[in-house]
Ligand binder design. Sequence first.
Ligand SMILES: CC/C=C\C/C=C\C[C@@H](O)/C=C/C=C/C=C\[C@@H](O)CCCC(=O)O
Ligand SMILES: [Zn+2]
Length: 496
Amino acid sequence: FVFTQCQAIHARSLLPCQDSPGIKFTYRATLIVPAELTALMGAIPVGDIKEGRLTGESIGVGNKVSYSFEQPTPIPSYLIGLAIGDIHCREIGARSRVWSEPELLDACAYEFSEIEEFIKCGESIAGPYIWGSCDLLVLPPSYPYGGMEHPCLIFVTPTLLAGDRSLAAVLIHEISHSWTGNLVTCATWDHFWLNEGFTVFLERKIISRLNSEKLRHMEFLNGYDSLLNSVKRFGSDHEFTKLVPTVRDTDPDDAFSSVPYEKGSCFLFHLESLVGGPDNFDPFIKAYIDKFKGDGLITTDLFKKFFLEFFSEEVGTGCFSSLDWDNWFYSPGMPAPSIIPSCFDSSLQQPCIELSNRWINISADELATLDSSFELYSSLSPLQKRDLLSLLLRADIPLPITHLIKMKTLYNMEDSKNAEIKFKWLSLCLRSNWEEMYVQVASFLTEVGRMKFVRPLYRNLYKAENGRDIALKLFKQHKHIYHNICATMVAKDLEI
Ligand SMILES: CC/C=C\C/C=C\C[C@@H](O)/C=C/C=C/C=C\[C@@H](O)CCCC(=O)O
Ligand SMILES: [Zn+2]
């Protein structure tokens, strides 16, 4: 199975190109591959689909076929994407197919069957979907990211296959890039937040409309937790914790974190609150996409200028007099004090907060009293279970191993198919130096290659009591299974 990951600056390793987000071009491509394999690109395929397979053309030489593609809408180089493998497809929506290796196709078709609803909702907020098709390719477990927004063919990790559609936010995120990022694109990587922060904001708008505003707020609170972790990892005065960092002469992979996603979406949430809420802010989103979709390039200054033009009346009434733009854009660390967790409605997190406090405050000899919490835990949604574990991870002191042993059996933690819950649970065990669980950490690390999970688990195993040598030996044995970006980043994390 061959797949590419060009974002941010890897397209240049694939083909000669102006490998910068500020340069856009259309393309046609032809891939010649062994006849038993299928080739796909983030573009419109020329061939037909017969019995779940793209038809290639025999080239008459050797047992090979050619597949041709066309991307008629100008895109930046980082959105070039291709994959080649034993890939089959199934229709899952009016303009969407899901592609995967045949063994996964049933599970993928079920997990992602809401895709047309997501696209339609995105259109109602941001304007027409102009890319034609919106297919989905589920990659092998080594895929280093949750998803990648190649136009016409979104790539996603198989760790989204929770079996209950509970991890759909990543798909909604990648679909949202059809407007923010793919149509209106950051002119340089310094302005990456306009790709990612705006896409997270749009993703959560869709979640609000399709589920509830309370869930949008819960996702903001979860994102705030990720932002805290990123700022803590870099240090609160680090360049990469700025919303608009200077990343010239820097490998963008080194600068990558939750900061542009979560600080950026918090900034837009703050702007939304200043103009009086979603009803007043939402028309700006469509106007913004419409305004910049032409040459499709955006910078922070252009965004600010258009925002103030659009809300010129509010400027006149002093709506933004308290807004310190430069502090938001150029100060390192956590967002300006105008955004703190209490800005968000935490009602969906309340049961998680209460349950986490019970686990944090109970003594080892009272653990039996928690048996009654099984019903409450079972009633939590997968995202609430995720947030329960996040709250426990944020506790001042690590949970005692006695408590983790109890939680493991009481809540059947090992049975969860939800990768986010599994990741948080293993992180909780590492934080408490529960050495019996290191083997489960190692097994998870040899099953997935998504950096969102792999990097923190290797770092925390490396820091855990008697974990350092296990981490180094495990990585040395298995680094070949990871994508090169992942292997490179973990090697840096482990100071190799
Ligand atoms: C301030 C940072 C400047 C530039 C960074 C640009 C790209 C970083 C490069 O590492 C590529 C990132 C690709 C990300 C793809 C998908 C993400 O949206 C999801 C990542 C988290 C996850 O696994 O869910
Ligand atoms: Zn994104």
